[in-house]
Design a protein around this ligand. Sequence first.
Ligand SMILES: *Cc1c(COP(=O)(O)O)cnc(C)c1O
Length: 352
Amino acid sequence: MQHLVRACYVGAAGYSYAKSAEDVAQEHGIDQVARLASNENPHPPSPAAIEAASRALRAVNRYPDVRASPLIEALHRHHGDYQFVTGAGMDGVIETVIRTLIEPGETVVVSTPTFSFYGLATATYGARVVKVPRREDFSVDIATFIEASRGAKLAFLCSPNNPTGNSVPPDTVEEILEEMDGVLFLDNAYIEFSDIDYRPLMRRHENLILGRTMSKVFALAGLRVGYAFVPAWLEPFYNRAATPFALNSVSLAAAIGALADHDLVREACNHVRLWRDRFLEEIPFRTFPSDANFVMIDVSPHTGDEAMERLAAGGVLVRSCTSFPGLDNHYIRVSIGENWENERFLEVIRDL
Ligand SMILES: *Cc1c(COP(=O)(O)O)cnc(C)c1O
């Protein structure tokens, strides 16, 4: 019956997941694997988030709030007066934005190498991805990006970028916004780990979306909460296109609790900054400066897959970057984890 399946799922591999820690533990007979492959916060979520989620659990016989209004209110308290939409992870937001704007056959621009889901989600809607390669140092080639974006309704730019770790300066983003005909989706999954604030651009441009997630610094990856700053004109149409009740009531409650825990975020960022500096200093391969909670490493003469396997044998799970579109096969990405995980990673990479 496979002939019934759409060609975009038969011909392509789909999202490429990191190897599971359970598989690595079993394969190599290791008790505790250092999980440095998915850029999660290695520490548990805020007690306030757990408390709120437990309370919400008692009322799950009811559907959640249609527009996630309590979370939108919490976002207003957190960020100020902006327009927000929510989704099941930022991935859910990305998919809904594409669904809102893009007709089959239209073009979506993606700056590469980057997070693969923009391209996968675009293909799902029968649209065409135009990849604009970054320069050798992974900075964005603005002129080419603008040129490719002319006439396109939607372009994706990730900053800080996954997996390279570098950011696009706000004035460069502004230059792009001024020249583009369509909307720029600026993925800010790692923004809390950087010193950059793109929010003022929302006041001056009506073609900017800032994608945010509760999965990284806020430590709620398992609950799938994402949101975005959107221009006012887009919000009602996004909500028409969205899957009904995409954000469940337990996740919604946890997100509100997590947003209010400023201490947790501050501590997580301090931890990341300390270890990011140590990683850049002590990793005996070429590394790339990072504004995020991970570092990309050029492991040549090894391939990324070889390095990943060798590190896994030493009990450390990292991400091989070979599945990232537009990147050569000799890079890995390592997340900043707990102290013991980071220490073990530095030990095993020295022996590579
Ligand atoms: C992790 C990540 C996301 C997805 O976050 P979810 O909210 O967990 O779906 C989006 N963009 C980038 C660049 C990421 O690394």
